[in-house]
Write a protein that binds this ligand. Sequence first.
Ligand code: HEC
Length: 216
Amino acid sequence: MKTNKETNLSGKSKVGIKQTKSLVFATAIAASIVLGVGAATSEIVLRHTITGEVLDLSHSPEEGRDTPAVKKFLETGLNPYLEVKACLPKGEEAFLVACSGCHGHYAEGKVGVGLNDSYWTYPKNKTDKGLFETIYGGAQGMMGPHGSHLEIDEILLLMAWIRHLYTGDVSEADWLTADQKKAFTPFDPKASEHSGNKGAEEKAKAETSACTVSPS
Ligand code: HEC
């Protein structure tokens, strides 16, 4: 250990002035990128579902703006939580608080339309980017904007839960890759109700602690 450290240290001291300068420069660029994401700027252009106006992500709560999942989403437009089963309980919780009153416990539809079948009023909701835009900025009537009271990270979590609740034809699930389509099993409310015992709750708790998206 000790020898290793010494080698590293002496290695560092050999860095010439030129290299030090470029290192400082690179660090400054890296820092500005990090700061940019912290302010919730985005590589993808997010637009309001009805008006087409560019969505202002600075309206979102400061908390939850620069998690690894949010960073990846703002780079690619894809929701990393679709791949992390351990995060589903968190998504369920957020959905039950903010959405199920209008869209139903299993997104089967109530005052608000069903979100668990292959029919979409706005076809873009078949993509993660489109679904995020509709939730963040709202649509018509009672579907108001949710971007100022839900954290961006939370929106991504509940989006993964909505996709999990899907009961429609897998071939129409455009948000899934070919491999994800093969692995997908449509949601079964009965099976979910039966597992509502203590053992399942404990399991869900343990799984929640494994809810992470690795920084790329
Ligand atoms: C106050 C009731 C209400 C709440 C709360 C609500 N919605 Fe809606 N939602 C609606 C209504 C009504 C519509 C239909 C609006 C339209 O067609 O423009 C809708 C439409 C949608 C659509 C478009 C569906 C499609 O077919 O294209 C999505 C997606 C959606 N809601 C997701 C959510 C999510 C996620 C939440 C929770 C963060 C939520 N909604 C909260 C009432 C609500």
